[in-house]
Every structure is written in C-alpha cells, then in structure tokens.
Write a protein of this length. Structure first.
Length: 64
C-alpha cells in the first residue's frame, strides 16, 4: 500500500481535486506497477493564515 499526502493551499474546486487524485494515481500505477486500489491519497488543506513562507504569513504576503 502506498500513502501520499498533499499538504497545500485550500482547493475549492471539487472537479480539480478529482483530476489531481486521478493523475497522481495514474502515475503511481504506471511507475510503481501497483494496482490502483493500493494507492491512498489524502489532501490536507491549509488556509493562508495558517502557513508562512520566509517568516511571513501567506495571508499577509497576498495583501502586499
């Protein structure tokens, strides 16, 4: 079983999430030669006020 976690910004578009999961699963199936059912993908979404880059909250970076 292969577990993948995507830790990134919130993605509101449900169809985009479906595409993301499918594309990653397709790649894993091809590269690792694993059945699709052996791939688990979890999307962890973070709001901009809960993440920072270079010591600055992402929400603050967007304002400037």
């Amino acid at each position: 079983m292969l577990n993948i976690t995507i830790d990134g910004p919130k993605l509101d578009d449900l169809e985009a999430k479906r595409i993301l999961i499918k594309v990653i699963t397709d790649a894993i199936e091809k590269v690792y030669n694993l059945p699709r059912e052996h791939t688990v993908i979890v999307i962890k979404e973070n709001s901009p006020e809960n993440a920072g880059v270079g010591g600055i909250l992402i929400s603050d970076r967007r304002r400037s």
